[in-house]
Design a protein around this ligand. Structure first.
Ligand SMILES: Nc1ncnc2c1ncn2[C@@H]1O[C@H](COP(=O)(O)OP(=O)(O)OP(=O)(O)O)[C@@H](O)[C@H]1O
Length: 250
């Protein structure tokens, strides 16, 4: 379980981006964070992975307070947290399988990692993950030649190579067409349901959030203004989440 308690973050010289944010997210569920631009969604994900540090509050995962870990323990807990990015963060000049194998680097010795020495078992696992995301025929293709949706699927397979218990996705479908959006969201939902993973996704698309999420967190101006089951998010709740923004409900 992920438990965020009274998290507050103010960037240097900036305004308060998160204010007293508290919620829990469960393994086996898709939790979606929605909210207008600037609401604090990315700040929240980056705090959970400690890519930025918060001013105060607690983030508990795997029975540990992530904010209070030393470097070594933080590295260990980060190896259990996969990240999926809007812009994929792939090495375009490498093939699908090479990118996926990179996902397992955190589990390898430095020398083996630097020399890109992968075992037969690791290569088989990478191929099986590539197959799982429907890219079997593209395993040896350069990522520069893949579509956006295919690249995002490589990103997911790469994060699975890390054996994560939680996946944090920062606007994973923002650059995708409707068909690729469905493929990627179906895969993420399957990871939660079949592998029992905790999947936390930042989204701008309210209709997709309502369709795929078990649990929705609504952020507005750094505050949680909705926290509940997706099927209980009413149009008034959505209006409250997007209050003072240009968002129009469909
Ligand atoms: N590095 C930074 N330095 C200063 N202020 C920042 C920084 N990053 C974000 N902010 C501010 O923090 C607030 C929250 O930003 P954040 O990117 O978390 O929002 P968001 O909900 O993810 O927005 P979007 O949907 O546009 O990506 C905004 O007011 C933003 O300007």
């Amino acid at each position: 379980m992920l438990e965020v308690k009274q998290l507050t973050k103010t960037y240097d010289g900036g305004k308060r981006s998160l204010q007293d944010v508290s919620f829990t997210a469960q393994p086996g569920e898709v939790t979606v964070i929605i909210g207008p631009s600037g609401a604090g969604k990315t700040t929240l994900l980056r705090s959970i992975n400690q890519l930025i540090t918060d001013d105060s509050g607690q983030i508990r995962f795997d029975d540990q307070d992530i904010c209070a870990l030393n470097k070594r323990d933080l590295k260990h807990i980060r190896s259990k947290i996969g990240m999926i990015f809007q812009n994929y963060n792939l090495i375009e000049s490498l093939t699908t399988i090479e990118n996926v194998l990179h996902g397992g680097l955190a589990r390898k010795s430095t020398i083996a990692g630097v020399l890109s020495l992968y075992t037969k078992q690791e290569k088989e696992e990478a191929l099986q993950l590539i197959d799982e995301v429907g890219l079997k025929d593209f395993a040896f293709q350069y990522c520069s030649d893949l579509s956006g949706g295919q690249k995002q699927r490589v990103g997911i397979a790469r994060s699975l190579m890390q054996h994560p218990e939680m996946i944090l996705c920062d606007e994973p479908i923002a650059s995708l067409d409707p068909k690729s959006t469905i493929i990627v969201m179906d895969i993420l939902k399957k990871l939660a349901k079949k592998r029992g993973m905790l999947v936390l996704i930042n989204l701008h698309q309210v209709d997709i959030a309502k369709e795929y999420a078990d649990h929705i967190i609504g952020l507005n101006d750094g505050h949680i203004v909705f926290d509940g089951p997706a099927d209980q998010a009413s149009s008034q709740d959505i209006e409250r989440i997007y209050r003072d923004s240009a968002f129009v409900t469909s």
